[in-house]
Design a protein around this ligand. Sequence first.
Ligand code: FES
Length: 111
Amino acid sequence: MTRRVLCQLDEIPDPGSRGFDFREGDSLHSVFVVRTGSEVRAYENACPHTGGPLDWVPDQFLTREKDMILCATHGALFRIEDGHCLSGPCVGEDLKALPVFIERGAVAVEF
Ligand code: FES
């Protein structure tokens, strides 16, 4: 497992989301985080429907109401809490969650 610091907690809107693309060794990673208060979840930025990214606009992964994760490509809706798809072409499938750590105000993920 590799742990990588993404940003400071206060650099994520509350509620809100941010995306991160980075290289680790030979691999490219695309992940996003969703913050609600002191809670942060992280998922791979790959929709179970096609494997493509969820965001058309950078860092925008939530619905207008900011109550669900939205795939902008075909409108799938996922629970923020566990990435489970409740509506859309991949209903019943899940985003791939990553372990999140908040240490001294910094948000890190393991992959
Ligand atoms: S790619 Fe996400 S709903 Fe189709």
